[in-house]
Design a protein around this ligand. Structure first.
Ligand code: ADP
Length: 453
């Protein structure tokens, strides 16, 4: 087992990693930028090192500074969390060359899944069902038109290097295709420095359903149920739940087993999420994330596992300590991503938290690194924290969510708490009747008009 883990991240996930390490009796090193000196994970870690100024490229993405921090503190492993360097194959490789363990999969698997074209090719070869689309990248407009006519409009132009919903453009008809290609390429180039794009059939009313997997790289892999992340704004997840109100037990086991078998074949090591769109009883692979995800806690709530602990154990070389048959998924869990944003306009609202009162009680979990008096800096993402509730049934979880949201107070900044208070009282949400476009339509139709902008 590792002796000291350096946490190459910030915010709630840095704290989450720290908690897992502490429970395993492993010492922790926090790294932070100059504006994060007062962060909770810095206060709670055994040691801390300032690795640079506020811009992420000079601190949380600064590989030489992270290596130096390992050297100074004697850390023998790095947990990258999500975002930042978590899906950077080169970083994983460099750590390997320096005899520092990367808590995550092999650089080769990160590289394959980081290129969405390569990922789809690999998924198809592993027997995972994919969205119909171009075989590979699309370089010229004529080829794009041929492929689009083949799969049928509407089509979606997607960035090979995509992430965070960027570099994605819909072409409803042939007349829109050329513009969609140009703007997807431009956005992809600006966001990822890579303008490679590919085409996919645009699914009209799918749900976003993803499967959590764990593999030990020694031929063992399990699936730990699905998460329904269909409630999205601008392709970004807002609320997640498990199990999905849309799946039956047969569908669940079928897709889970396909994923676990694929990961065994790949000899995948670590935690991973295989993302699908689901429409009319069919699953279509869109991408795989080779890291822990923001919404992992809902899977923890229904499985009783600590996914961060599992990640650490696997990276240290331990085989999976359980089989598929040992896993029992029980109850229902829902997560709300509370952002420092205006709940109707979504304008970012960094600043000082004057009063903070998180909810508690049975079945309520808050993963957050903020505290009263803490100032949310404007330099990073706007996640204030995640409210996770658990119930024996979906109704019980919804009931708890409603009362937990009413207890939650964050004063001094705008947060998206009022959005969730409206959502949890909405009959479609209560019925589980929503797809990936539902939230945008709810907002466009005045769902948040009771909150003044
Ligand atoms: P990113 O890596 O940028 O998050 P994904 O491929 O995971 O991109 O897709 C993000 C979201 O975009 C999905 O959850 C879904 O809402 C939408 N999306 C992606 N592909 C399609 C598609 N073929 N048809 C319709 N919507 C899609």
């Amino acid at each position: 087992m590792f002796e000291k883990i350096l946490i190459a991240n910030r915010g709630e996930i840095a704290l989450r990693i720290l908690r897992a390490a502490k429970e395993l009796g492993i010492a922790t090193v926090a790294v932070h930028s100059t504006v994060d000196a007062d962060a909770m994970h810095v206060k709670l870690a055994d040691e801390s090192v300032c690795i640079g100024p506020a811009p992420a490229k000079d601190s949380y993405l600064n590989i030489p500074a992270l290596l130096a921090a390992c050297e100074i503190t004697g850390a023998d492993a790095i947990h990258p969390g999500y975002g930042f360097l978590s899906e950077n194959a080169k970083f994983a490789e460099i750590l390997h060359d320096h005899d520092i363990a990367f808590i995550g999969p092999s650089p080769e698997h990160i590289r394959i899944m980081g290129d969405k074209i390569e990922a789809k090719r690999t998924a198809r070869a592993l027997g995972i069902p994919c969205v119909p689309g171009s075989e590979g990248g699309i370089t010229d407009d004529e080829e794009a038109m041929r492929v689009a006519n083949g799969i049928g409009f509407p089509v979606l132009v997607k960035a090979a290097a995509g992430g965070g919903g960027r570099g994605m453009k819909v072409a409803r008809t042939a007349a829109d295709l050329s513009d969609a290609l140009t703007s997807a390429r431009t956005e992809a180039k600006a966001a990822f420095g890579d303008d490679a794009v590919y085409l996919e059939k645009f699914l009209d009313t799918p749900r976003h359903i993803e499967i959590q997997i764990l593999g030990d790289g020694q031929g063992n892999a399990v699936h730990i149920g699905e998460r329904d992340c269909s409630l999205q704004r601008r392709h970004q997840k807002v609320l997640e739940e498990t199990p999905s109100p849309a799946l039956n037990q047969d569908e669940r086991s079928r897709i889970g087993e396909i994923c676990a078998a694929a990961m065994r074949k790949l000899r995948y090591s670590g935690a991973g999420t295989i993302e699908f769109l689901y429409e009319d009883g069919e699953f279509y692979f869109i991408e795989m994330n080779t890291r822990i995800q923001v919404e992992h806690p809902i899977t923890e709530m229904i499985s009783g596992l600590d996914l961060l602990v599992e990640q650490i154990k696997i990276a240290s070389g331990a085989p999976l300590g359980f089989t598929q048959a040992d896993l029992e998924l029980r109850g229902h869990a829902i997560e709300c991503r509370i952002n420092a944003e205006h709940p109707a306009t979504f304008r970012p609202s960094p600043g000082k938290i004057l009063y903070y009162h998180p909810p508690g009680g049975v079945g309520v979990r808050v993963d957050s690194a903020v505290y009263q008096g803490y100032t949310i800096p404007p330099n990073y993402d706007s996640l204030v924290g995640k409210l996770i509730v658990y119930g024996r049934t979906r109704n019980e979880a919804l009931m708890r969510l409603r009362r937990a949201l009413d207890e939650f107070i964050v004063d001094g900044i705008d947060t998206t708490l009022p959005l969730f208070r409206n959502l949890v009282r909405n009959s479609d949400i209560q019925d589980g009747a929503y797809d990936i476009h539902w939230l945008e339509a709810f907002l466009a139709n005045g769902g948040m008009d009771d909150v003044s902008s």
